[in-house]
Design a protein around this ligand. Structure first.
Ligand code: PEP
Ligand code: MG
Length: 321
């Protein structure tokens, strides 16, 4: 039994009909790298860096951040590490920052806060770039909705690079910059992302929150937080399909990717990169190994045409049977 598990860990996640799938891990602290490695993760698909300084009053310095990022990059031994810039505000509020006001999920959160605090952004970008010398690093930007936010972000990355060059500090010149698709507007107007970025990652946790107008942290409406709402499925499928058509890698790093009951649905939509909590990796991988994309894809296309929740659930059960 134990050797079977070990084999599963080192095995590539390939479907019965030979489609390769990447199994990435979501982490919150450098220490989590151990769990990612133990689960046999192909890389880190989401490093939620804001956890580095929750429960402390001040910002971590550039050197502190650099050490934390480098630790993850070295720990992953050349496998890709996707570092998401701070997603502060809303459910990840920071004591030291009281710029976040009412309705924080719709307020100065994530990239909006970073663009409003250029020094904080520059510090983090420099730290990430410095860490990129030690392995394969990618930058991931949360909560993008506007083309000008992407442009301002890319300009900030260029400026951070230039400052390092001037100081003769090494970094990966070809570092990729990707965006989270977690606001419905971003999924619907995906073209502006495809043209500007190197990869996309779908944040289903927020995408569901914003598409259905359900506060993800409010228990009184949690029964309405439905990942299988047809509108949510349309947004996810449209993003995956558009990325594929444009030749851009697309991952899902929200909870949906770690739910084994959703594996076949996502595979059928065309998803080839899954990122999840390390504890979910083996179970989801087992589902990938037992699936045949050629058989699933037409069934999923059918599911996407349904708008009755009952029908959708019924068909997904069939898909998983
Ligand atoms: C998401 O929104 O799905 C996501 C992965 O990011 P977070 O849960 O950190 O907001
Ligand atoms: Mg999110």
């Amino acid at each position: 039994e134990r050797s079977k598990l070990k084999r599963l860990k080192t095995m590539k996640a390939t479907t019965l009909d030979g489609v390769d799938v990447l199994m990435y891990a979501n982490i919150e602290l450098p220490e989590d790298v151990e769990a990612a490695r133990t689960a046999g993760a192909d890389g880190i698909g989401l490093f939620r860096t804001e956890f580095l300084f929750l429960n402390r009053g001040d910002m971590p310095t550039e050197d502190e951040q650099f050490e934390a990022y480098r630790k993850v990059v070295k720990g992953m031994e050349g496998k890709p590490v996707t570092i998401r810039t701070f997603d502060l505000g809303a459910d990840k509020a920071l004591d030291a920052m009281d710029r976040v006001k009412t309705n924080p999920a719709l307020g100065l959160r994530a990239i909006r806060l970073q663009l409003a605090e250029p020094k904080m952004f520059r510090t983090q970008l420099r730290a990430i770039l410095r860490a990129s010398k030690y392995g394969k690093v990618k930058i991931l930007i949360p909560m993008l909705a506007h083309a000008h936010e992407i442009d301002a972000t890319l300009a900030a990355v260029q400026a951070a690079k230039q400052s390092l060059r001037e100081q003769k500090i090494g970094f990966d010149e070809g570092i990729e910059v990707g965006g989270m698709i977690e606001i419905p507007a971003a999924a619907l107007a995906i073209g502006m992302f495809l043209r500007r970025l190197d990869f996309l990652s779908i944040g289903t946790n927020d995408l569901i929150q914003y598409a259905l107008a359900i506060d993800r942290s409010d228990e009184t409406v949690s029964q309405l937080y439905d990942p299988l709402h047809p509108a949510v499925l349309m947004l996810v499928a449209h993003t995956i399909y558009s990325g594929e058509k444009a030749g851009l890698p697309v991952s899902v790093c929200g909870e949906l990717a770690g739910d084994p009951a959703m594996t076949r649905l996502l595979l059928g939509m065309g998803l080839r990169v899954f990122s999840m909590h390390p504890s979910q990796i083996l179970e989801v991988k087992q589902h990938v190994l037992k699936s045949e994309v050629a058989e699933i894809a037409p069934q999923v296309r059918k599911i996407l045409r349904y708008s009755e929740p009952e029908k959708i659930r019924e068909q997904i059960d069939k898909l998983n049977a």
